[in-house]
Design a protein around this ligand. Structure first.
Ligand code: 4NP
Length: 163
C-alpha cells in the first residue's frame, strides 16, 4: 500500500463517552501502534449523549486503565452529531442501543451502513454488547477493560490487513 494512501477514519461510540468508548479508542490506538500501523488511522471516540462534553473519562475507567499502563488523562468528552457520518469511514457502537441511536441519526442509508457493533470482532462475542459499567461496581470496569482489549486487538488486526 502506498504511503500516501489516506488514513482510515475510525470512531468508537458509546452513550456518555466517559467509560467505554474512550477506552476503546485508547486500546485500539495501542494495538495499531503495536502493529506498526499508527499512521494509517485517525481514531476518535464520542457519545450519543451530550452530558459529558468536555469532561475527562470516568475516574474509575481512568484508574483501571492507569493500573494497566494506559493513560486516558488527555481524553475530553465529545458528542456524535449527524455531520460525523461524513467525517468517519467506520463507526463502532458499544451496544445495541448505541447502534440504534446512531442509525436513527443517520441522514442516509449509506451513513447507517458505516455503523456496526464492536463485539462483532470479539473472538468471544457473548450477547454482542459491551456492558455499561457506569452504574456498577469496580469489577465491571476490569471486565470491560479485558473485553475491549481483546476486541480492539482483533479489530486492529482486521483493519490493518484490510478487512
Ligand atoms: P459510557 O457510560 O456510555 O460507557 O460512557 C455512561 C456514562 C455516563 C452516562 C451513561 C453511561 N450518563 O448517563 O451520564
Amino acid at each position: 500500500m502506498s504511503d500516501s494512501y489516506p488514513p482510515l477514519r475510525v470512531a468508537f461510540v458509546c452513550l456518555g463517552n466517559i467509560c467505554r468508548s474512550p477506552l476503546a479508542e485508547a486500546l485500539f490506538r495501542h494495538h495499531v501502534e503495536r502493529l506498526g500501523a499508527s499512521e494509517r488511522f485517525v481514531v476518535r471516540s464520542m457519545g450519543t449523549g451530550g452530558w459529558h462534553v468536555g469532561d475527562r473519562a470516568d475516574a474509575r475507567t481512568e484508574a483501571e486503565a492507569a493500573r494497566r499502563g494506559v493513560d486516558l488523562s488527555a481524553h475530553r468528552g465529545a458528542q456524535f452529531t449527524a455531520d460525523d457520518f461524513d467525517r468517519y469511514d467506520r463507526i463502532f457502537a458499544m451496544d445495541a442501543a448505541n447502534l440504534r441511536d446512531l442509525r436513527r441519526l443517520a441522514p442516509y442509508e449509506q451513513h447507517a451502513d458505516k455503523v456496526e457493533r464492536i463485539r462483532a470482532y470479539d473472538p468471544a462475542p457473548g450477547d454482542g454488547d459491551v456492558p455499561d459499567p457506569y452504574y456498577g461496581g469496580p469489577d465491571g470496569f476490569a471486565h470491560v477493560h479485558d473485553l475491549l482489549d481483546r476486541t480492539t486487538a482483533a479489530l486492529a488486526e482486521r483493519l490493518v490487513s484490510g478487512g
